[in-house]
Design a protein. Structure first.
Length: 125
């Protein structure tokens, strides 16, 4: 009879703990990010500036992109999102350089920052 009790106990334990997977814990809800994730040619975080090089058809400026900053403890992550499409027809081979100060991004000077965008090589001639 002892093996039967063991099987029943293990089965009940498995059923009880599997319910955790059926009812996800309460995690903070995250709002959807605006625009589209922007592939970047390069990025540099230096001297309390975040500098990005992105593709441009000739009309991209700073207002067309939005940096979304996610804070996790002492670290922050910047995700650059394109809000407005560049519909011009003068592609710039090297793209365009855009920069934001840490103050604009709501970051304290000297913050540890990483970038969450995919890298895309500039087009070759």
């Amino acid at each position: 009879m002892a093996p039967f009790r063991t099987i029943v106990a293990v089965s009940l334990l498995a059923a009880a703990t599997s319910a955790c997977a059926m009812f996800p814990g309460r995690s903070p809800e995250r709002a959807a990010m605006p625009g589209q994730l922007e592939p970047i040619h390069a990025a540099s975080i230096t001297n309390d500036l975040a500098v990005f090089w992105v593709s441009s058809n000739g009309c991209t400026d700073k207002d067309d992109l939005r940096p979304v900053v996610d804070h996790a403890g002492r670290n922050s992550t910047i995700t650059l999102r394109r809000i407005d499409e560049d519909r011009c027809d003068r592609p710039m081979a090297d793209g365009v350089e855009l920069q934001w100060s840490f103050e604009e991004l709501g970051l304290t000077p000297g913050s540890r920052v990483s970038v969450n965008n995919p890298y895309q090589l500039p087009p070759t001639s």
